[in-house]
Write a protein that binds this ligand. Structure first.
Ligand code: FE
Ligand code: FE
Ligand code: ZN
Length: 177
């Protein structure tokens, strides 16, 4: 019979896989970013993400289980799209806005997943697991907030301004032809 505990452990294994994939994908994003604030935010979230991997191992341990990974196709897809949007906009004025959009999709997936897992841990009466999940959840929400701040304070505007200059220039060329 499928139990809530099994469901919980399967979803946790999904996130264990997802977090591993994020630790591999973030360095590429950091390298492509040209905004210092964004780069710093991503660098500190990379460290936190490595911590999420070990926290998940501790959560498995609170259930007397060994950590295991189950492929997360959603994260594979989100990171593929991230690769694509970053690849298409390298060295352009919109690169930071593109990185932020890709990273926020990842954060929102994590926030949804950890919110559910924390609620299930509570239902299962495992307070240690619930507390660890809350710690991860808080860091994911903070990472999302920093990305929002980067977008609103600077990167979206820069992307728009540069894009308008670019559009003006190409309009000018068209007019001359
Ligand atoms: Fe994470
Ligand atoms: Fe998943
Ligand atoms: Zn995250």
């Amino acid at each position: 019979m499928k139990t809530l505990k099994n469901l919980f452990l399967n979803e946790l294994a999904d996130m264990y896989d997802a977090e591993h994939r994020i630790t591999k994908a973030l360095p590429k994003m950091i390298k492509a970013a040209t905004c210092d604030k964004l780069r710093q935010g991503l660098e500190s979230h990379l460290e936190e993400t490595e911590g999420h991997v070990t926290k998940i191992e501790r959560i498995f341990a609170t259930f007397d289980e060994k950590a295991r990974a189950k492929k997360c196709p959603a994260m594979v897809g989100l990171l593929d799209e991230g690769d694509e949007i970053v690849g298409e906009n390298k060295k352009s004025a919109v690169i930071n806005a593109a990185i932020i959009s890709a990273c926020q999709k990842v954060e929102h997936y994590e926030i949804a997943s950890y919110g559910t897992l924390r609620a299930w841990a509570e239902l299962l009466g495992n307070d240690d697991a619930a507390n660890l999940l809350q710690e991860i959840l808080d860091q994911e929400k903070e990472a999302d907030r920093v990305l929002n701040e980067c977008a609103i304070s600077k990167n979206n505007k820069e992307a728009l301004e540069e894009a308008e200059v670019g559009a003006g220039a190409s309009r000018g060329r068209t007019d001359q032809m």
